[in-house]
Ligand binder design. Structure first.
Ligand code: GTP
Ligand code: MG
Length: 336
């Protein structure tokens, strides 16, 4: 089922009881309620504090799988095929399409809806695109919060498709338990991915469009790069996860079962090695930091025209203090 972000804005003006009801319905699996909670996240609603407090004890069960890769490589097609596989084994699946580059829900996401329409009437599937709406701190805290909503709502697997390439992609990947990096033949992709630091974030490589020429070359390039990388991390080989390199034709669902298997294997490794706990703790730390920075920035923003700031500015102009000492005084007054 799909839920639209543009609906139900007036919620912000309602009371705590409404928030509690909404959370209760979302936890019971009501798709509209889930969608509205994610809208609150997108809008950076003041009610998020309450929402997150209510959701926190119920979250922590979902498996978060990130799918990333260059535009057009086949992320959405692969996501749709993975949804089919997970549904076949009875898992409830949430799909979050995140666009770090745009404050708007762009055209790629419309395309996703078309591709996802097979699943549109399935109550065990929730599909949602999310944009940062340009607010400061944006996706650093909104992505984990949206994931928490889906997690608490009982989705067993959450697939996060990141639209776009580069640093933002790497950041979004940090929210996943397992990151699947997709490449396609003939795009000079493997080399580009290496340069962009994409290889380091991959837990699983998928060379999609294996029906096209050059897939084996891409696999070979990746193998070479991976063995160089393994040489650089020669220590503790037994405990290290070696990212498998799989070939798929997502458009025909070929190789998708192997991807699901690799995700399962990786999850088992995460749990056994302690890496799952480490990753989730690192994620929580990053989320706390993002919220704290956003709060501090908001307080700083409110200082324009503030008497204390004016006094400090006058003192700097008069030469009785320097800007660093003045900034220290300001920070101390904010956090004290
Ligand atoms: N030949 C071939 N085409 C494929 C395969 N998988 C996907 N495609 C096609 O590649 C195009 C892009 O696929 P998408 O799934 O939209 O790719 P994407 O990575 O989600 O694209 P963006 O979200 O725009 O970055 C579509 O026309 C798909 O039909 C495949 O295995 N083989
Ligand atoms: Mg897509």
């Amino acid at each position: 089922m799909t839920a639209d972000s543009a609906t139900d804005r007036p919620l912000d003006r309602r009371g705590a009881q409404d928030v509690a009801d909404l959370v209760e319905r979302a936890v019971a699996g009501d798709a509209r309620a889930v969608g509205r909670l994610i809208s609150l996240v997108e809008d950076a609603s003041p009610q998020l504090r309450e929402v997150m407090a209510a959701l926190a004890p119920r979250a922590g069960k979902a498996r978060v799988v990130g799918l990333t890769g260059a535009p057009g490589v086949g992320k959405s097609t692969t996501t749709a095929a993975l949804v089919t596989s997970y549904r076949a084994r009875g898992s409830r699946v949430g799909v979050l399409a995140v666009d770090p580059s745009s404050p708007f829900s762009g055209g790629a996401l419309l395309g996703d809806r078309v591709r996802m329409q097979d699943h549109a009437t399935d109550g065990g599937v929730f599909i949602r695109s999310m944009a940062s709406r340009g607010h400061l701190g944006g996706l650093a805290w909104s992505t984990p919060q949206a994931l928490r909503v889906l997690d608490a709502a009982g989705f067993d697997v959450i697939l996060v498709e990141t639209v776009g390439v580069g640093q933002a992609e790497v950041e979004i990947a940090s929210h996943a338990d397992t990151t699947v990096v997709l490449l396609a033949p003939g795009m000079g992709d493997a080399m580009q991915a290496m340069k962009a630091g994409i290889l380091e974030i991959a837990d699983i490589f998928v060379v999609n469009k294996a029906d096209r020429d050059g897939a084996d070359n891409t696999v070979r390039d990746l193998r070479n790069a991976a063995s160089l990388d393994a040489g650089a991390h020669g220590d503790r080989p037994a405990t290290r996860w070696r990212p498998p390199i799989l070939k798929t034709v997502a458009a025909r669902s070929e190789g998708i079962a192997e991807v699901v298997q690799a995700i399962d294997d990786h999850h088992a490794w995460l749990a056994e090695s302690g890496e799952l706990q480490r990753r989730r703790t690192a994620r929580a730390a990053a989320e706390i930091e993002a919220i704290a920075v956003t709060a501090l920035r908001a307080r700083l923003g409110n200082l324009h025209g503030d008497a204390a700031l004016d006094d400090l500015a006058a003192a700097v102009v008069a030469g009785t203090t320097d800007p660093y000492a003045a900034a220290d005084a300001l920070v101390a007054s904010l956090t004290g």
